[in-house]
Design a protein around this ligand. Structure first.
Ligand SMILES: [Zn+2]
Length: 408
């Protein structure tokens, strides 16, 4: 008997693997090794080869090809083990069997997942839904992906009628803090192309990510005792606050959707002497990125005019690029993703990712890697939930993908 994807998922989400921002080392938190080491043991127990975890917490493993299929291209499946720093990790999962279509009132805190706020809930009436108890996020992002890949591997090992080429697996740390591929050894991975199992709702297949950069804006002032501050103190917090008010409100994550980009101030740290703001810059098009960078420069100019005695330094760091540029050069990778969904009885929905994935960076490191649904909804918050039946479909899609590669 193979372990069900539901059971695996319930085991993995209990382990706290929250990553942390602004940490130099990878993994950013040692606790990610708890899950990594556990997965190593489970991969070995299932019968995979070359199973190991390196010092940066990257787990890799090989499912050898079925006899006679050794020459087929090597395909990779990837999921990340960490959960977002935006909500507490380590869930006490709650299983809602035979979902009745009404509000889900999480038991531990006054949190309600309602069909008004989440109309997609109506698609899952009668299914089994998993949530957290309200004290943490659920961690379906991305432990659903981990559980789905593990389940698919076990099913493929136990059923020799499923023919496949060599398959490589990677479970990565620190995706949520933008470092999931920092120490990803593409040569060691050795896949010609891969799929991250890190998407949202049932059927979603994603081939576009944002272009992403971060603006780091430093304001330098001068501090003296407020009792003697007249004409002496220069308060960097005031200049930084003014900067924030000038960011266009119709260009924010909370006011945009679909193909619109945004400027998102997501961190503000300061004292009189020095204040630092971080602003995320996101757009699907290169021109859009350039416009937004110019906008920030213009805002900096306006703040400079008003606070002439505050030193302002604006630095822009590139994070990742839209992966479509690469995927368009390898159309079969997307074609197979669509075909695998159809074989699993799902009509694929092509989506863009208003964010990044490990795959976006991997595309530019030589491994074309689109993103496939893992089934979860409301990522990064306490209202995160996942229908079990969606996870089961993802398992099917992974197996169909493996078969398709062997048919090529
Ligand atoms: Zn994710």
């Amino acid at each position: 008997m193979s372990e069900s994807v539901e059971n695996r998922f319930l085991r993995y989400v209990k382990i706290d693997t929250q990553s942390q921002d602004d940490v130099e080392k990878v993994p950013s938190t040692d606790k990610q090794f708890t899950l990594a080491n556990m997965l190593v043991e489970e991969l070995k127990a299932i019968g995979l080869e070359d199973v190991d975890v390196d010092k940066h917490c990257y787990v890799m493993a090989t499912l050898p090809a079925s006899p006679g299929f050794e020459k087929k291209p090597v395909v990779g499946f990837i999921a990340h083990m960490d959960t977002s720093p935006e909500a507490p990790g380590g869930a006490n999962p709650v299983v809602w069997k035979d979902y009745n279509g009404k509000e889900l009132k999480l038991p531990k805190e006054d949190i309600v997942i309602s069909p008004n706020e989440n109309p997609e809930l109506k698609n899952y009436v009668g299914q089994t839904i998993i949530t957290s108890d309200g004290t943490s996020l659920l961690g379906a992002d991305n432990k659903a992906g981990v559980a789905e890949i593990m389940t698919a591997l076990e099913l493929m090992v136990k059923d020799p009628t499923i023919k496949h080429g060599k398959i490589r697996i990677a479970f990565t740390p620190d995706e949520e803090v933008g470092k999931g591929t920092e120490f990803f050894d593409v040569d060691r991975f050795g896949a010609k192309f891969a799929y991250t199992i890190d998407g949202g709702e049932l059927g979603e297949v994603e081939n576009e990510t944002f272009n992403a950069a971060t603006a780091i804006c430093k304001f330098k002032g001068y501090n003296v005792h407020p009792g003697y501050a007249k004409n002496k103190m220069r308060n960097s917090i005031r200049a930084a606050g003014y900067f924030i008010t000038l960011l266009p409100e119709d260009m924010a994550p909370e006011t945009t959707e679909g193909w619109e980009g945004y400027l998102h101030p997501n961190n503000f740290k300061g004292a009189v002497e020095e204040t630092t703001i971080k602003v995320l810059i996101r757009d699907f098009k290169n021109e859009g990125m350039e416009e937004k960078k110019k906008e920030l420069e213009a805002i900096k100019g306006r703040v400079n005019e008003r606070y002439q005695d505050i030193d302002i330094n604006l630095e822009i760091k590139e994070s990742y690029k839209n992966m479509k540029i690469i995927l368009d050069k390898h159309p079969h990778v997307m074609d197979m993703a669509f075909e695998a969904c159809r074989r699993a009885g799902i009509e694929p929905k092509l989506r863009n990712i208003r964010g990044g994935t490990d795959g976006a960076r991997l595309c530019f490191m030589g491994v074309p890697t689109p993103n496939i649904f893992a089934g979860g909804i409301n990522f990064h918050g306490k209202k995160e939930f996942i229908p079990v039946q969606s996870m089961e479909k993802t398992v099917e899609v992974i197996i169909e993908l493996a078969k398709l590669v062997s048919e090529r």
